[in-house]
Design a protein around this ligand. Structure first.
Ligand SMILES: [Cu+2]
Length: 749
């Protein structure tokens, strides 16, 4: 659990670059001091306690000493260190809040809370571009202390660079937290406490040079963007009854349940973002605790706090929360309040998370996975059939070209496409450009999918079309001689070093279940022999996807016609690590006739799936009476015994009771929102059932070709779909609803 790790000291600061980069004239002039703020977890008499000599029970006692003892904070691991200034000297304090919890709101004043220092907040959360420094007097102002969104607040995970200027007269001053170590001034226990973090000694010769002036840069061009997708997330806390006290018969109430949209991590719908688009999210907090919202893989601008719009070119001297300083990656969502943020889905294909940065809340479920897929313009769906010419479609539903990969070949053409790590050159945005130019740059910065075409019979030729190309970039023979006479099946995915694109090639020749892995230049990377037991009259099919959710793409291998629908998955992590026999994540038979074989695809197509960060397996019989029927599976139903619950055991529901609707509990906390049981607890004996089954071409005979992709079918937001086709010019795109009902749209190309 991250809370215990951070409290035990597993958190720190890494300085990248120089906060004075935007003002090079001061880079060598001003002294910089790095301050790591933490709340540590120390062993007392061999017993781990939250703080020296106290237990967490004492934290909230009426006795002020016990309260502040329980919330002791450290600066660079020290209690109350001394920082020295010369009279009139300006130093830059680079700070971060690296404790598991406990926000701060800063005051610098003397021991009577008088003679406050002036400060300039240079940037927050490590921003070095689009910064608007904000001047503030670090007085014990009740207005600022009551404002949980004040720019001087550092919540867990926040960083801030602040220039502070010492008075011209020598003396002793204090760098203080005006919240007494709590997470808000508004908590009763925090009221009136000014907790000393460091002592500031002003002594020596006065500095006579003029105080620095930090000119603002341009505001983030995101202010001039129009969001493509608008979403709302609600952060919730809810009590549950975890059984009954055997002695008293009283219910055991557990208030440590935290949710996003009523679900713990992995139980809700995973947002899927299109790279190159702009998202605007409103984060609601209906509860009594502040929640610092943090998202990985990028920064956002805060456009509203509690519905009040922030305007980057205006100053609001009496409401410093409403002022723009820089892009952020942590923002406190005030109790009973909201924030609205705007950000770009950058060229990072794959998964990351957002979560509350109070680590206990995150550990107890207030976290969600996020998946970023390729830009729809750069997606490639190649409709391989027995036709000579193959239509290629993008994610906007447009034909991008037709490819005759093998002019002298007659037979089925295997096609596949996929994406790896960003291949965009590491190029800085045109910082000198206009907002429109910078926004256009980010919208065009995406990695297109790589396609592979193969001969599905007769010989084992493969052509690669790298990064969206419509002309081949490499050609190779995957299996030579007799081993290659049956052709190939193909899959493309992030199986190379650092997640670069590789091509998985299944043998379609009668014999053992052999699979080879090639790089995009056609160099053999690895070979897997006899992946499934026995002989395969028509070889095997392959797919690629992260079926065990470890952020490594895995290789899925399934039987071709002539065998039962047996499927296995080889661990991509083991493949990347060079393990001789990669672990088999699962092996199961998808049902159907004894000789029907099975085609496979992997994608996040059923949004009700739990855990939501695992993709679905999609299957269809290769031949036989079930041909034409597509099944969508929850992989955890298949994995069975090794069924993994999200977050260390998941939800402890006791009697399965939940309490909603503003019930007042213990410390006067009101719990809002709802929750539900995970919707698909695996049964032990019965064979797994698909979550959805459909025939996209109705009663029409014959097998379908299968892929997963994204489509903006009606001009709206891109949707994860199952693509199926029987002929080269007609595709059925099927989206699965939250109720697991499939909805098919057919398109002719
Ligand atoms: Cu929280």
């Amino acid at each position: 659990m991250s809370k215990k790790q951070a409290e035990a000291g597993l958190a720190g600061m890494i300085m990248v670059g120089n906060p004075l980069e935007p003002w090079p004239q001061y880079k060598d002039e001003l002294k910089q001091v790095n301050l790591v703020l933490s709340q540590s977890y120390i062993s007392v008499d061999g017993k781990f306690e939250q703080m020296i000599g106290t237990s967490s029970q004492n934290n909230y006692s009426a006795n002020g000493t016990a309260y502040t003892d329980g919330w002791q904070k450290r600066v660079n691991g020290q209690m109350n260190p001394i920082i020295r200034f010369r009279p009139g000297e300006t130093q830059v304090l680079n700070m971060g809040q690296f404790g598991a919890r406990g926000a701060t709101n800063f005051v610098i004043a003397d021991d009577n809370l008088q003679n406050p220092w002036n400060a300039t907040i240079l940037a927050r959360d490590g921003a070095s571009a689009f910064v608007h420094p904000y001047n503030v007097t670090l007085s014990a102002s009740e207005l600022r202390m009551q404002d949980v969104s004040a720019l001087t607040v550092l919540s867990p995970g926040n960083r801030m660079s602040m220039a502070v200027t010492a008075p011209t007269t020598p003396g002793t001053y204090y760098f203080m937290d005006g919240w007494g170590g709590e997470e808000s001034r508004n908590n009763d226990s925090g009221k009136g406490y000014y907790y000393v973090l460091a002592t500031l000694v002003v002594e020596g010769d006065a500095v006579t040079t003029e105080a620095p002036v930090f000119a603002p840069q341009e505001a983030d061009p995101l202010w001039k963007e129009t969001p493509d997708v608008v979403r709302t997330f609600s952060l919730e806390q809810l009590g549950t009854i975890d059984g009954v006290d055997p002695d008293t018969g009283a219910p055991i109430i557990n208030i440590d349940n935290f949710y996003v949209n009523g679900k713990k991590f992995g139980y809700g719908v995973m947002p899927q973002l299109e790279i190159g688009t702009v998202e605007e999210w409103t984060i609601l907090n209906a509860g009594p605790l502040n929640h610092p919202f943090h998202i990985h893989q990028g920064v956002f601008i805060v456009t509203k706090i509690n519905g009040f719009p922030i305007e980057p070119d205006k100053k609001f001297p009496n409401a410093n929360a409403a002022n723009y300083v820089s892009p952020l990656d942590v923002i406190m969502v005030p109790a009973f309040g909201s924030v609205t943020i705007r950000f770009r889905a950058l060229d990072f294909p794959g998964k990351y998370v957002f979560h509350c940065h109070i680590l206990e809340h995150e550990d107890e479920g207030m976290m969600s996975p996020v998946f970023q897929h390729g830009n729809t313009e750069g997606l490639r769906l190649a409709l391989g059939t027995t036709a000579q010419s193959t239509v290629v479609v993008n994610g906007k539903g447009n034909t991008v070209g037709e490819i005759k990969a093998f002019p002298n070949y007659r037979g089925p053409v295997a096609t596949a496409s996929g994406i790896g790590t960003s291949t965009e050159p590491d190029q800085a945005p045109p910082l000198g450009g206009t907002a429109e130019e910078i926004n256009a740059y980010f919208r065009s910065k995406y990695t297109p999918e790589t396609m592979a075409f193969g001969t599905g019979s007769k010989a084992s030729w493969v052509r690669v079309y790298e990064n969206g190309a419509l002309k081949p970039t490499a050609t190779f023979r995957a299996f030579a001689g007799k081993a290659g006479v049956g052709g190939v099946s193909l899959a493309v995915g992030a199986l190379g070093p650092q997640g670069t694109v590789n091509i998985a090639v299944g043998s379609r020749t009668a014999g053992p279940a052999n699979v080879r892995l090639f790089d995009t230049k056609g160099m053999l990377v690895r070979e897997f022999k006899g992946v499934l037991p026995g002989r395969f009259p028509n070889g095997v099919n392959v797919a690629v996807g992260d079926v065990d959710a470890d952020n490594y793409d895995d290789i899925i291998v399934s039987a071709g016609a002539g065998r039962e629908a047996i499927i296995t998955a080889l661990s991509g992590r083991d493949i990347a690590d060079g393990v001789a026999n990669p672990e088999k994540i699962f092996t199961f038979v998808a049902g159907g006739g004894a000789k029907e074989g099975v085609k496979v695809a992997v994608g996040y197509v059923a949004p009700s799936t739990v855990p939501s960060y695992k993709p679905n397996l999609v299957t269809t019989a290769e031949v036989g009476r079930n041909a034409g029927t597509i099944s969508v599976w929850n992989i955890d139903d298949i994995v069975g015994e090794s069924h993994s619950m999200p977050m260390g055991g998941g939800m402890s529901m006791g009697g399965g009771m939940s309490m909603g609707g503003g019930m007042s509990m213990g410390g006067g906390m009101s719990m809002g929102g709802g929750m539900s049981m995970p919707n698909d607890m695996p049964s032990t004996d019965e064979p797994p059932m698909p979550v959805a089954t459909f025939r996209p071409f109705g009663a029409k005979r014959g097998a379908v070709n299968l892929a997963t992709t994204y489509q903006r079918q009606l001009g709206g937001q891109a949707q994860a779909v199952v693509a199926a086709w029987q002929t080269p010019r007609e595709v059925a795109f099927t989206a699965i609803g939250l109720d697991n009902k499939p909805q098919t749209v057919k398109r002719r190309f």
